[in-house]
Write a new protein. Structure first.
Length: 189
């Protein structure tokens, strides 16, 4: 989901959310460039550096549940390549499960995060980026949802290509029987 501001010069924002079932917390990376695979993995990287590592300091594995399309789609080479770079930096094994097409609304990030963000800013003019950051950061629920939102001013170019050589170097193992939607990316040795 991305949002254009009423004044064209203000651009648009793209929120990428990480929701943690364990403790009902969320991290939203608010991009001001493009919603690309590089942006998606940078969002996970920022969550890990800001929240994840401190919350789960002994973690050796990270489980990511996401849609099948868009920047984190199951067929997107750049998504898998960027996850490999993240695994290499952190030493984490990255377990990924994609929702099949047409079922992404089952994703908990929709039901436990973005629906409440939408309710929180309903009827409020999203006039600038700081307003969006504040509204997202102030989203809470009766069950204790807390959200951290950070602005991401990086530029994420469109149509980045991953060479066949780089793609073949991804240390990936499919999890059968639905290996196109479920896989592990291991840190490269």
């Amino acid at each position: 989901m991305d949002h254009d501001f009423p004044i064209k010069e203000l651009g648009k924002v793209a929120p990428y959310g990480v929701y943690v079932l364990n403790d009902n917390t969320a991290f939203v990376n608010l991009g001001t460039s493009h919603d690309t695979s590089e942006f998606a993995v940078e969002s996970i990287n920022r969550w890990w550096g800001t929240v994840g590592y401190n919350t789960f300091p002994q973690a050796k594995k990270l489980y990511i549940n996401c849609d099948s399309g868009g920047s984190n789609g199951n067929r997107v080479r750049l998504w898998k390549y960027q996850l490999q770079q993240f695994a290499n930096r952190t030493g984490l094994e990255i377990y990924v499960s994609h929702f099949p097409r047409g079922t992404s609304k089952w994703n908990k990030v929709e039901h436990r995060l973005f629906c409440y963000i939408s309710k929180n800013w309903a009827g409020k003019p999203l006039i600038d980026i700081e307003t969006v950051v504040n509204l997202i950061s102030n989203t809470t629920t009766k069950t204790g949802l807390s959200v951290i939102c950070e602005r991401d001013n990086n530029t994420y170019p469109l149509k980045q290509k991953v060479t066949d050589e780089d793609f073949e170097a991804i240390n990936i193992r499919k999890i059968l029987p639905f290996g196109e939607w479920n896989y592990i990316i291991f840190p490269s040795l």
